[in-house]
Write a protein that binds this ligand. Structure first.
Ligand code: FES
Ligand code: FES
Length: 187
């Protein structure tokens, strides 16, 4: 066992871990941070993305011992910590723009998007797609994810009202093509 000293979502932890323990398993199993999920065993999906000293990393590709002395932020640490605290603008945008269906990829998508917007506060659609290319979604077709990220970007720049791309009225609601129109019943 190796002792690590790590700060996660603003709290300090001193823990003994196996040298082979992955950061994602340490977060989920020892700290109970189950908002960070495991979506693959090939380091491809990005569902496990967290911030390590401010940089987005796939936490299934990092050993817990490599986080010794570091700051880790998970999806559980980006909103205010007090009960009822406001969501992070990127969380809010995913909600408002229907940027998810099953939601499994969403924690990683949001963490990757926050990192992207830190580097590029006004990304184009293509730049958003490139920025989140390490994160896979099996459900949405990405359209509303891209809109959500651009909507969040506009809000974080302070000009959300001028972002016609991100008008909620234009959102493709994922379920809409599956909705069966009610049949008029003859009296
Ligand atoms: Fe880490 Fe899929 S669980 S990339
Ligand atoms: Fe289901 Fe992305 S919303 S995997």
């Amino acid at each position: 066992m190796t002792q690590i000293n790590v700060r996660v979502d603003g709290a300090s932890y001193v823990d003994d871990v196996e040298p082979r323990t992955l950061l994602v398993h340490y977060l989920r199993e020892q700290l109970g941070k189950v908002g960070t999920v495991v979506g693959c065993d090939t380091s491809n999906c990005g569902a496990c993305t967290v911030h390590l000293d401010g940089q987005a990393v796939k936490s299934c590709t990092v050993l817990a011992v490599q986080a010794d002395g570091c700051q880790v932020t998970t999806i559980e640490g980006i909103a205010g910590s007090e009960p009822g605290a406001a969501l992070h603008p990127v969380q809010r945008a995913f909600h408002e723009m229907h940027g998810l269906q099953c939601g499994f990829c969403t924690p990683g998508m949001i963490m990757a998007s926050i990192d992207l917007l830190k580097e590029n506060p006004d990304p184009s659609d293509d730049e958003v797609r490139e920025g989140i290319e390490g994160n896979l979604c099996r459900c949405t077709g990405y359209q509303n994810i891209v809109r959500a990220v651009r909507h969040a970007a506009a809000e974080m720049r302070g000009d959300a009202a001028d972002d016609p791309e991100a008008s909620p009225a234009e959102v493709d609601t994922a379920a809409s093509e599956h909705v069966v129109e009610p049949v008029a019943v003859q009296a």
